[in-house]
Design a protein around this ligand. Structure first.
Ligand code: FAD
Length: 429
């Protein structure tokens, strides 16, 4: 990898870096007519002799990692969908079914190997500490990660419980979500994702809930917040983490073109309710046969997940839990792309405005879910400045001509590159 980068730098050829290729951004991990460095065959997974960590190459998928270490009753704090790549998810922070106990996925990295321009560096608590910190949330701004050492944790079967609720239960469901999120530090093994989608007849919405207890505990206290709510459909089963990850892959087969954005709000029913009603109005404006979705998702960012963590995401001092809100939709025809991008942006603006008016908008924007027009690093607060100074000092030392930044236009940038990728088709402009 270091030789390829040095050659591309020598000839000034723009390039892209790809691990699993699951970014929602056009041009983030490929590049029209230039060079894409595809790491998907750098996918080795090797358990350490003492079983306490696993050495992973960035092109491995999470399913490959789970399947390799599951026979030892081990797992890592990793992505939920098996097909997603290790590289991109970790560099954006990464949220996991294990995050309520162990924090972001990047918090479980013990060491990175990273190619900074032509130089291979190791970054850990012991060496290149600032680079180590910056890679935990700094995206592709610092180099190409070529290997990671991840801490392992004990893992047997997990419990997955999915439930469906009707629109009439919205308030009760949101109250249960608020209580669950506030109380999450009392049950570190349970986490959830709540989703909203248009009802089949497009009149109103459906509500879905997926709760996972990583200890396979059917009586976990986190589950009790929803136990008094009658549901219109329920399925509960125990499974291996790799099976759960395979199941989660289903959400990616929804269409070849897509957009996703994310905002963060405080954990209060009043704002969540407003966001759902904005979503409902939005759904009614879309022609159903042209679009898959949209899907609105709420994920708790519990205090045990975010507080006191040593990463670049800027949330380690947050005292109250937050809710990560994301909206995504999928379609197939290129002609509709401009329309859907604009519509998504409008609903993003409306949601942000409502949350702001209620004084419940938090500036954090999750890098892994951010749309091309969002500015996730602005939301990192003062950590943004620290990230920039890490990048500047690396540049002075290893890349005085600032080739790395300028030659990789894709993905969210700390410093804008000369080239930028078109939102819709990823071409350079
Ligand atoms: C079905 C699905 C499920 C998801 N589930 C989760 C989830 O549970 N938790 C979560 O946090 N996110 C989740 N995501 C979002 C996901 O984390 C991001 O889309 C992530 O960027 C994908 O990583 P990748 O390696 O597959 O993607 P890529 O498109 O290959 O990479 C994404 C970005 O990272 C950069 N990059 C990749 N590898 C490297 C490297 N080795 N060195 C430097 N830069 C690199 C790329 O240049 C690109 O900008 C999900 C996405 C999908 C589609």
């Amino acid at each position: 990898v270091s030789i390829i980068v040095a050659i591309l730098g020598e000839f000034g050829v723009p390039f892209a870096i790809r691990s699993g290729g699951h970014s929602f951004l056009s041009g983030a991990s490929n590049i029209n007519g230039k060079i894409s460095i595809d790491l998907s065959r750098m996918n080795a997974v090797k358990l350490a002799d003492d079983n306490r960590s696993v050495h992973v190459q960035p092109g491995a998928t999470w399913a490959e990692v789970y399947k390799a270490i599951e026979p030892h009753n081990l797992t890592v704090v990793g992505g939920r969908a098996g097909a997603v790549g290790v590289g991109g998810l970790v560099l954006g922070g990464g949220s996991s079914w294990h995050s309520n106990r162990y924090g972001w996925v990047c918090d479980s990295v013990q060491e990175f190997e990273v190619v900074v321009f032509g130089t291979v560096l190791r970054a850990s608590h012991r060496e290149n500490q600032e680079v180590f910190w910056a890679l935990k949330g700094g995206g592709n701004n610092f180099g190409i990660v070529t290997a990671l050492r991840l801490a392992t944790v004990h893992q047997g079967d997990l419990l997955l419980s999915t439930r469906d609720y009707s629109q009439g239960q919205l308030t009760d469901v949101l109250v249960a979500l608020e209580e669950f999120t506030d109380n999450a530090p009392n049950d570190l093994d349970t986490s959830l994702i709540m989703s909203f989608l248009p009802a089949k007849n497009r009149k109103g919405i459906q509500i879905g809930l997926g709760i996972v207890n990583v200890n396979n505990n059917h009586n976990a206290s986190g589950l009790k917040h929803f136990s008094n709510l009658p549901d219109s459909g329920r399925h509960t089963s125990s499974m291996k983490q790799s099976e759960l990850a395979d199941l989660a892959n289903q959400v990616q087969d929804r269409g070849s073109r897509k957009i996703k954005f994310s905002i963060t709000v405080h954990n209060k029913v009043v704002v969540l309710d407003k966001l759902v009603s904005t979503f409902k109005n939005f759904c009614s404006t879309l022609e159903p046969e042209t679009v898959v979705g949209p899907y609105l998702t709420f994920q708790p960012l519990t205090t045990s997940h975010i507080r006191g963590r040593d990463n670049a995401l800027g949330l380690s001092n947050v005292a109250q839990p937050l809710i990560l809100v994301s909206l995504e939709m999928y379609w197939t025809t290129a002609e509709k792309s401009d329309i859907f991008h604009e519509a998504a942006r409008d609903v993003h603006d409306a949601m942000s405005r409502h949350a702001e008016l209620l004084a419940m908008l938090h500036p954090f924007v999750f890098l892994n879910y951010a749309a091309s027009w969002q500015k996730p690093f602005d939301g990192y607060g003062r950590e943004y400045h620290r990230l920039k100074s890490v990048q500047e000092s690396l540049q002075r030392k290893y890349d005085p001509d600032n080739i790395f930044n300028d030659l990789i236009p894709g993905g969210h940038k700390l410093f804008p590159a000369h080239w930028q990728c078109n939102d819709v088709d990823g071409t350079l402009r």
